[in-house]
Design a protein. Sequence first.
Length: 135
Amino acid sequence: MNTRSLVAVISFSLTLLAVGCAPSPDGSQAPTADSSAQTAAAKTSSTQATAAETPSVTMDQARKTALEQVPQGQVQSEELEHEGGHLVYSFDIAVSGQEGVEEILVDAMDGTIVSAEHESPAAEQAEAAADADAQ
């Protein structure tokens, strides 16, 4: 299945969950429309979360946490993904006058910082190439 088809299936599944037409995989109450919309809005990647995983933390909450780590920064990209065994929100945050970005990973379940590191322009390019190859 190509990436576009996978994204369509995930988006459709999230839409069904948001309107309550499909039960949650574990039989519990379906997620709210807000949390499903938040998940659907996350940028796609080869390590994107599945429809069965609903973050406890919203993208907005995670973004606020990430920007607290880089107060003078501006978010360049954000996505919900699996990284290092965690469902995380990944933020690339640029700081005026600095090369590269600060990559901040926020745990999507409890809102804690999983990782905070600087990525040089070369490291950014390598990560983008690896993501493109994975798709």
